[in-house]
Design a protein around this ligand. Structure first.
Ligand SMILES: Cc1cc2nc3c(=O)[nH]c(=O)nc-3n(C[C@H](O)[C@H](O)[C@H](O)COP(=O)(O)O)c2cc1C
Length: 183
């Protein structure tokens, strides 16, 4: 089993992250969680900590005067960084090499393997900027699972592509990423 860092970013689907975290732990993985400030607009830190069975890595822990360089230790610790849900913004930051938050800095600091599970409204997903960012990341060997087609949590009445892929599919993609298949 592997060390999996789950990055939770600030989209509506962040409320689904605890389910993904629990499934990863049930599968026997060591799981740590890093959440952006925006993620906490959608999911309480306590809920993520309970799902993780331990502390959540945050902007606050990153800047603690502890002598730790959290983005480097996390990048080295993780066999896989799974960003679920992944915002368009987080993908954009990674695609231009920004490291101005803990999760982006961890990806930048040499994360060995990165799997993005995007979730956003269909127009954001089909936007040329998001398309280009996803292609850039894929070109560097990053993997993607989803998004799926369906009704959005927001006000859309028509189904579109942008939903966070279901837990089972994310778990299957994690397994594939860790085995190095199909990248
Ligand atoms: C109500 C609301 C819902 C949002 N939902 C999403 C979403 O589902 N997907 C997305 O990519 N961005 C969404 N955003 C925009 C992100 O929260 C915003 O880009 C933020 O800067 C992302 O920060 P992060 O990537 O550091 O977590 C939403 C914003 C608001 C206010």
């Amino acid at each position: 089993m592997a060390n999996v860092l789950v990055g939770v970013t600030g989209g509506i689907a962040a409320y689904k992250a605890p389910g993904v975290i629990r499934r990863l732990r049930e599968a026997g993985h060591e799981v740590r969680v890093a959440a952006t400030d925006a993620a906490f607009r959608f999911i309480p830190e306590e809920t993520l900590a309970i799902a993780a069975g331990g502390d959540v890595h945050t902007e606050k822990t990153w800047w603690e005067r502890s002598g730790r360089v959290e983005h480097v230790t996390l990048a080295r610790w993780a066999d896989l960084v799974l960003v679920a849900p992944a915002t368009a913004d987080a993908m954009a930051r990674a695609a231009v090499g920004l490291g101005d938050d803990l999760l982006s800095a961890t990806v930048l600091a040499g994360a060995r393997s990165v799997l993005w599970a995007p979730a956003m409204n269909p127009e954001m997903w089909s936007n040329p900027a998001t398309r280009r960012n996803a292609e850039t990341l894929k070109g560097w060997g990053h993997r993607f699972v989803g998004p799926s087609e369906g009704l959005m949590a927001s006000t859309e009445e028509q189904p579109g592509v942008g939903r966070l892929t279901d837990e089972a599919e994310i778990l299957a993609a994690v397994k594939e990423a860790l085995s190095g298949d199909g990248g």
